[in-house]
Write a protein that binds this ligand. Structure first.
Ligand code: GLN
Length: 290
């Protein structure tokens, strides 16, 4: 471990913490970034502003708060839960352990859905399994003429999602509804586009996930049943009734699920394509009602 400095300046705290985190299995570059993010959180400033405060000496209270965060980080807490926030599609989202932390790969789904919605003068979109609301809020933000219905089985997740809609000033165009998939919808509702990032991890894979994900993110948001396909099966069986003719279904999938999900959707819809994510992996199946 590094020598303990005589004076705990911002710079000394950052250097010590980055070194400590990297020795505790947070890889080098991430350790530096996380040390800075967490200190900015304690000092209530932007991460970039930490750099111009190098010579300051944070108060004892701030140092104690920082130490507590570092301890929880080393215990495996994802940094987004410690910060209470995650950026997604360039928008800020509150996150708590009641919701899955938004992932960059889900931006692939949002970008395609926004493009499709923007072609319509007005539109109705549905987000199934909304969680933090990151998809619903990004759709409403990106396509100003869209009205969005967002469902989730977890009331605690919906509380977070509602706050995220308010924070990003789209609450007036999103109807959040509690319930299991389509059961949450008003009778007769139909949509131009249905987007979903359902739980899709197989039960045997759950045990092999990174400890941060496995031990801290909601099981409810990850568990896709014995073969990971439970939700796609139910969505495929039900979605036809809720799509307008020509309406779109966009579903995020696990990187190995393209064939299986395509086969399920093809029973009811025309499968148009599969989009790759930023890492080049198959990530979004796009289908359309005839
Ligand atoms: N992409 C997430 C993960 O790998 C899973 C998200 C989901 O099941 N919808 O942890």
């Amino acid at each position: 471990m590094s020598a303990v400095p005589a004076v705990w300046t911002v710079k000394a705290l950052l250097d010590w913490t980055a070194d400590y985190l990297s020795k505790k299995n947070v890889p080098g570059a991430a350790a530096k970034v996380e040390a800075r993010l967490l200190l900015a959180h304690v000092l209530k400033c932007k991460p970039i502003d930490v750099l111009v405060r190098y010579d300051e000496q944070p108060s004892d209270d701030d140092r104690t708060a920082y130490r507590e965060l570092i301890k929880r980080r080393v215990d495996g807490w994802p940094v987004a839960y410690l910060l209470g926030e995650k950026e997604f599609y360039l928008l800020p989202f509150e996150v708590t352990p009641a919701v899955l932390i938004p992932r960059p790969e889900t931006e692939t789904l949002v970008a395609e859905a926004v493009t499709l919605l923007k072609k319509l003068p007005e539109s109705l979109a549905l987000d199934l399994c909304t969680g933090s609301g990151c998809v619903a809020v990004s759709l409403a933000h990106g396509a100003k003429s869209a009205r969005v219905t967002a469902t989730d089985v977890s009331p605690d997740a919906l509380d977070v999602a509602r706050r995220n809609a308010a924070r990003n000033k789209v609450a007036d165009r999103i109807d959040f509804r509690a319930g299991d998939l389509f059961a949450a919808l008003p009778p007769g509702a139909t949509f131009d586009l249905v987007a979903t990032n359902p739980p899709y991890v197989t039960q045997s894979e759950l045990a092999t996930l990174q400890p941060e994900v496995r031990d801290h993110e909601p099981r409810l948001a990850l568990d896709g049943g014995p073969d990971g396909l439970a939700f796609y099966r139910r969505i495929a069986a039900g979605v036809g009734e809720y799509l307008k003719p020509g309406g779109w279904l966009l579903a995020e999938i696990g990187a190995t699920q393209q064939e299986a999900v395509t086969a399920l959707f093809a029973e009811q819809l025309d499968v148009v394509k599969t989009l790759k994510d930023v890492a080049g992996l198959p990530r979004v199946v796009v289908a359309r009602k005839r």
